[in-house]
Design a protein around this ligand. Structure first.
Ligand code: CDP
Ligand code: MG
Length: 139
């Protein structure tokens, strides 16, 4: 059964380009409630750990460098069918293939610097949320 929470990060390209407010506005406008949020910067070690599932992929090293290169915004979001609906809101990994009107179509720079992260399953949403937040951070 689908749970009602997902996890997102506004990635370094988007925070550096000044898109943070516009992206948060899109997320709220799409019906998501913010349960926890913080502005932070990942260390290289944290980025390696967060993306450990991709270790060994050809893009992993570049992904870790990029994700630790500038601040991010991490957030836990709530909505019915949150994981799937958020993936629809952000669009395909490669912004060239992202549907018009999606966050990645409108704000991403490239397949690597693609503006936002969205969890791919309820299980990973929980793991990723716990990576950044403790229970007392959630309201
Ligand atoms: O983020 P998403 O779930 O859409 O894609 P992923 O396959 O889980 O890959 C994680 C992240 O790795 C992407 O969001 C990109 O930032 C990066 N990536 C990349 O740089 N080059 C690829 N060919 C695939 C992914
Ligand atoms: Mg993914």
């Amino acid at each position: 059964m689908a749970t009602n929470r997902t996890f997102t990060m506004i990635k370094p390209d988007a925070t550096a380009a000044g898109h943070t407010g516009k992206i948060i506005d899109r997320i709220i406008g799409a019906g998501f409630t913010i349960k926890a949020m913080k502005w932070t910067q990942l260390s290289k070690e944290e980025a390696q750990a967060f993306y450990a599932v991709h270790a060994g992929r050809p893009f992993y090293r570049e992904l870790v460098e990029y994700m630790s290169s500038a601040p991010i915004v991490a957030a836990i979001l709530e909505k019915d069918n949150a994981v799937a609906d958020f993936r629809d809101l952000i669009g395909a990994t490669n912004p060239a293939e992202a549907a018009p009107g999606t966050i990645r179509a409108d704000f991403a720079e490239s397949i690597a610097a693609n503006a936002v992260h969205g969890s791919d399953s309820d299980e990973n949403a929980l793991i990723e949320g716990k990576f950044h937040f403790s229970a007392s951070d959630i309201a």
